[in-house]
Design a protein around this ligand. Structure first.
Ligand SMILES: Nc1ncnc2c1ncn2[C@@H]1O[C@H](COP(=O)(O)OP(=O)(O)OP(=O)(O)O)[C@@H](O)[C@H]1O
Length: 128
């Protein structure tokens, strides 16, 4: 880390920035049960994808659904943390910020489930 004397702001190296990002991933896994649930569910979906021998395109959709779900959940968690940091009082805007972030998670989850159904239901039916 070096100091930018002009505006007295810290400047971090790329490796330090990378470590912060890894710490964010570590903290969110340790502290957020929703993220642990998404990770567990992701492993189950990946195992199913291997078993059903998905095509390249199907894999791409599944990976986008999995990564997007975890990323949206992490952003939701970050928004919750910032709201709680800014106020511990009831405030309609604080509530709206959390509700909107939760709504984003819900929308992504619904579309991820639809993607999963489109890909896996025909394969499960053929298997039966
Ligand atoms: N400061 C606040 N002012 C107004 N409403 C709030 C405030 N904090 C939380 N809420 C309301 O309570 C709901 C739940 O908030 P909370 O912080 O418990 O998040 P959560 O959805 O339970 O998240 P998680 O379970 O992931 O921690 C919010 O979606 C919002 O409607």
């Amino acid at each position: 880390m070096i100091m930018d004397l002009k505006d007295n702001k810290r400047i971090y190296t790329y490796s330090e920035t990378f470590k912060f990002a890894l710490e964010g991933i570590r903290v969110s896994i340790l502290k957020e049960k929703n993220i642990r649930f998404h990770l567990l569910f992701s492993v189950i979906v990946i195992v199913l994808a291997i078993i059903f021998n998905l095509t390249q395109t199907e894999w791409l959709f599944i990976l986008i659904a999995i990564a997007g779900m975890i990323v949206v959940e992490m952003i939701n968690t970050a928004i919750e943390r910032v709201v709680d940091l800014v106020t511990d009082q009831y405030h309609p805007l604080a509530g709206q910020a959390k509700d909107i972030a939760a709504g984003a998670v819900l929308i992504y989850a619904i579309f991820s489930v639809i993607i999963g159904m489109i890909i896996f239901i025909p394969k499960i039916l053929m298997f039966l």
